[in-house]
Write a protein that binds this ligand. Structure first.
Ligand code: NAD
Length: 453
C-alpha cells in the first residue's frame, strides 16, 4: 500500500493531472469502461443481493453517468481562476483564487449502492485533478471484484487504482499519508476514519447515515404522498441512506395515510421475481432487522424468510420514540409511523434527535413547509417527495452533525477535492510609504482611512 501511495504521489507531482485535457480524457475512459462492461456490472450486483438491471441502472449507473456528463460540461468553468475584489490597502493590485487539486485521495465506499457510492466521488476527484485509491465495500464481494478488475485493466495504477478488502486492509490503508479521505458509511466507522485523518491532519469528508424523518401534515396530498414515500422507502429494500426512516403523521390523516401506503405497496407487488425488490445484504443485517419488527405494532407486512434474506415491506403503527425501532438507523424495509397532534411539538421531538441526513416534508401549506425547513437542521431533503433530490447534480449532497461533514455531486464534488489558493497580485508602478518607517501619526491616520473602504 505504501508503494501504491508513493507511486501515485510521484505521478501527481509530475503535474500531469493538472492538465484539463488529461482529466477530461480520464472521465471519458471511465464512462467508456462502465458503458462497455455494463453487463458484467449488472450480473455482479445481482449475484450479491439480487438487485435487478433496471434498479441498478436507474439508481446507480445513470447517476454516475450524469455526474460524468456534468463534470465534462462544467470542468473548464470550475477549474478557471476566479477574480475577486481587492481592498484599497493593497492598491494597486488584483486578487484571484486558483483551484488546485489536493493530491493523492482515498475514497472508501459503502455496500448499499456499491457502484454509485464508489464512482461518483471518483468522478469528482478526477475532475478536480487528483489521483485516487478506491476501496469499495467488501460486503458485496462480486461488485468489489468487478470494480477491481475493470479499473486495473483500464487505468494506470499510478493515477487510479482499486484496493479490495475489509477492516484489516482499510486500517492498513489509513496508516498511509493521503491528501484527502472521502468516506461513505456508518457513523461509528466514520469516527474511526476521522481519527485516522486527524493523525496526519488529512482533510476528511464523511458521508454518513442517520434517522431521516418524513412529516405528513394534515394538508398533504395523501395519495401522492403515499406513492412517493412508499417508492423511496422500499427501493433497495430500504437499504438507502436517504430513505425515510420513520414518518411523523398528523393524527387527522393517519388512517387515510396508512391505507394509501398499503394500497401502494400492494400495487407495486414487491418481489425478487418482479425485479423491484432486493435481498437484505447479509445474515447479520437480516437478524438485526427481523428483531425490530414488533408484531403487536405491525399494520402491514411483517413476514420474513431467513433462507432468502427476505423481509416483507412492513409498516408499524402506534410507534413511539422509546421503541427499539426508533433507537438507530433502520436501513431496511420497515417503516414506523408516529402519530402527532401538534406540528410544533412533533418538530421539537425530532429536533432532540441527532441531525439526520435527510428530511421530507409532505404538505401543501407554505407555513408548515417553512416551519419545518427553518427549524430543523439536516443534510438535505425534499418537499412532497423522497430520495429524488440525489438525482440533481446541482444540489450539493451531504450530511450535517452526526450524518456527516462536507458534500459532493456536481460542483460541490469538485470543491470537496480541491484547495482554493488565494493570490494577491501586486503591480509594481506604485508603493505607498504608509507602512514603512519612519512611522507617524499622520501615516496612521491614512491607514485608518484606507481600512474604512
Ligand atoms: P460501514 O461503515 O460498515 O462500512 C463502510 C466502509 O468502511 C466499507 O468500505 C468498510 O470496508 C469500511 N470499514 C468498516 N469497518 C471499518 C473499520 N473498523 N475500519 C476501517 N474501515 C472500516 O457502512 P456500510 O454498512 O457499508 O453502509 C451503511 C451505512 O452507510 C449506513 O449508516 C448508511 O446510512 C450509510 N450510508 C451513507 C451514505 C451517504 O451518502 N451519506 C450512502 C450510503 C450509506
Amino acid at each position: 500500500m505504501h508503494e501504491i501511495v508513493s507511486k501515485q504521489r510521484t505521478f501527481f507531482n509530475s503535474q500531469k493531472t493538472k492538465e484539463l485535457s488529461f482529466r477530461l480524457q480520464q472521465l471519458k475512459t471511465l464512462e467508456k469502461v462502465l458503458k462497455q462492461n455494463e453487463k458484467l456490472l449488472l450480473e455482479a450486483i445481482y449475484k450479491d443481493f439480487k438487485k435487478s438491471s433496471f434498479e441498478t441502472y436507474a439508481t446507480e449507473l445513470a447517476l454516475v453517468y450524469q455526474e460524468i456528463a456534468h463534470a465534462k460540461k462544467y470542468l473548464s468553468a470550475w477549474a478557471r481562476p476566479k477574480r475577486v475584489a481587492t481592498n484599497w490597502v493593497n492598491f494597486p493590485a488584483k486578487s484571484y483564487i486558483i483551484p488546485e487539486p489536493l493530491g493523492v485521495c482515498l475514497v472508501i465506499g459503502a455496500w448499499n449502492y456499491p457502484y454509485n457510492l464508489s464512482f461518483s466521488p471518483v468522478v469528482a476527484a478526477i475532475a478536480a485533478g487528483n489521483t485516487i485509491i478506491l476501496k469499495p465495500s467488501e460486503i458485496p464481494s462480486e461488485t468489489s471484484k468487478v470494480m477491481y478488475q475493470l479499473i486495473s485493466e483500464h487505468f494506470d495504477e499510478a493515477f487510479f487504482t482499486v484496493v479490495e478488502g475489509g477492516v484489516a486492509e482499510t486500517t492498513e490503508l489509513l496508516k498511509q499519508k493521503f491528501d484527502k479521505i472521502f468516506f461513505t458509511g456508518s457513523t461509528p466507522v466514520g469516527k474511526i476514519i476521522y481519527k485516522a485523518g486527524a493523525e496526519q491532519l488529512t482533510p476528511v469528508t464523511l458521508e454518513l447515515g442517520g434517522k431521516s424523518p418524513a412529516f405528513v401534515t394534515a394538508s398533504a396530498n395523501i395519495t401522492m404522498t403515499a406513492k412517493r414515500l412508499v417508492w423511496g422507502k422500499f427501493l433497495n429494500a430500504g437499504q438507502t441512506c436517504i430513505a425515510t426512516d420513520y414518518v411523523m403523521v398528523d393524527k387527522a390523516v393517519e388512517a387515510k395515510f396508512l391505507e394509501a401506503c398499503k394500497r401502494e405497496i400492494e400495487k407495486a407487488n414487491y418481489a425478487f421475481e418482479n425485479n423491484n425488490y432486493v435481498q437484505i445484504i447479509n445474515d447479520k443485517n437480516f437478524e438485526r432487522l427481523a428483531s425490530l419488527i414488533d408484531t403487536d405494532k405491525v399494520y402491514y407486512g411483517g413476514n420474513t424468510d431467513a433462507s432468502q434474506r427476505y423481509i416483507e415491506p412492513t409498516i408499524l403503527q402506534n410507534v413511539d420514540f422509546e421503541d427499539a425501532v426508533m433507537q438507530d438507523e433502520i436501513f431496511g424495509p420497515i417503516l414506523p409511523v408516529i402519530r402527532y397532534s401538534n406540528l410544533s411539538e412533533a418538530i421539537q421531538k425530532v429536533q432532540q434527535l441527532p441531525k439526520p441526513l435527510s428530511c421530507y416534508v409532505f404538505t401543501t401549506k407554505a407555513s408548515e413547509r417553512k416551519q419545518i425547513l427553518n427549524t430543523l437542521s439536516f443534510g438535505g431533503g425534499a418537499v412532497n417527495d423522497t430520495v429524488m433530490q440525489i438525482t440533481n447534480s446541482s444540489l450539493p449532497f451531504g450530511g450535517v452533525g452526526l450524518s456527516g461533514m462536507g458534500s459532493y455531486h456536481g460542483e460541490a464534488g469538485f470543491k470537496t477535492f480541491s484547495h482554493y489558493k488565494s493570490i494577491l497580485h501586486k503591480a509594481n508602478w506604485l508603493e505607498l510609504p504608509l507602512k514603512y518607517s519612519p512611522l507617524s501619526n499622520k501615516k496612521l491616520w491614512w491607514i485608518k482611512q484606507f481600512f474604512k473602504f
